[in-house]
Design a protein around this ligand. Sequence first.
Ligand SMILES: Nc1ncnc2c1ncn2[C@@H]1O[C@H](COP(=O)(O)OP(=O)(O)O)[C@@H](O)[C@H]1O
Ligand SMILES: [Mg+2]
Length: 360
Amino acid sequence: MVRQPVIGGSAGEPPEPPQKPVFSLGGEGEQERLDEELRPQRLDDVVGQRAVVERLKIMLNAARKRKEPLGHLLLDGPPGLGKTTFATVLPREMGTECQITSGPVLSAPKDLLPYLTNASYGSILFIDEIHRLPHTVEEFIYPVMEDFRVDISLGEGLNARTINMRLKQFTVIGATTRSGMLTAPLRDRFVNREHLDFYTIEELADIVRRNARKLHTKISDEASFEISRRSRGTPRIANNLLRWTRDFADSEAEGEITTLLARDALARREVDDLGLDRQDRRYLETLIRVFGGGPAGVQAIAHSMNLSADTLEDEVEPFLLRCGLLQRSPRGRVATENAFLHLKLQPPEPGSEERQRRLF
Ligand SMILES: Nc1ncnc2c1ncn2[C@@H]1O[C@H](COP(=O)(O)OP(=O)(O)O)[C@@H](O)[C@H]1O
Ligand SMILES: [Mg+2]
């Protein structure tokens, strides 16, 4: 289904391969390969996100009945919640081709061109991390998404001219962890926008049970809840913890995942009761010990932890915010009283100046 785009080069010239495109979802790292192994293949296999699934089904039905391409779709939400899953399930449901690329590998308009000329009527072009598209590529894509037209400038000075090329009508699916970083014109070109939110423990337990079956591992219901409770609302983390627990069961026991064994395995992985891992706790510890609990800027925290601010904003902060361990204030990040308690640290005294400064 995923196919390699080719440029129709001029006679005699071999087609030029696009710059480092991502053709296969299994392609890059180990995590992608693991994601791929457990990825739902059809919309009906997708767990949770009911409202999103219902709306997508309506879009699909309408497009199929009218025999028209889907409208452009933007998926946003923290990592591991199913953006790539939805983006790859939709072409399968439509029975169309899908090409895959991502913002950072499209460094100039010419990198996008092969995908555009290759797009057949009704096919899907999935652009992952679309907030990282360079500005020049973003401007180039506006007329593409609006009128299925590219404007190519040829020559310079007096000889300069612009060629308009018509494209087949196709669908862009964009995925982003930062919809706030998209420019308004780009966001406006997506008629459909869906936000993916964290999953409930029941939904994650359902995913864990299904995937244990796929991995031919026996797991008790209670153990699947034990894993889900500590998965930070995120299917990718649930899958990773399931894999770890399965390894633990095979290595240290007879292979079956019981509740006790799951607890043991998760403790060994240093995942705590709330699902915080070492990196999450290090974030809170840095905020409390180095910055007195805040307010502190994310750049400063990132610097102290020797990590990028992007990693913190994408992977660490959303869950800490959601479970009330962190607050964002105009002056920066603030650790809440619950964060102190969770780390077994003494929160500032009620009425103290420190407490006032921290807004709680
Ligand atoms: N709704 C879902 N139902 C079942 N599994 C899911 C769901 N969403 C995500 N997953 C699983 O989590 C993994 C990560 O999902 P993915 O779509 O790659 O996340 P994202 O692209 O948002 O980072 C996938 O391997 C998939 O198996
Ligand atoms: Mg993805």
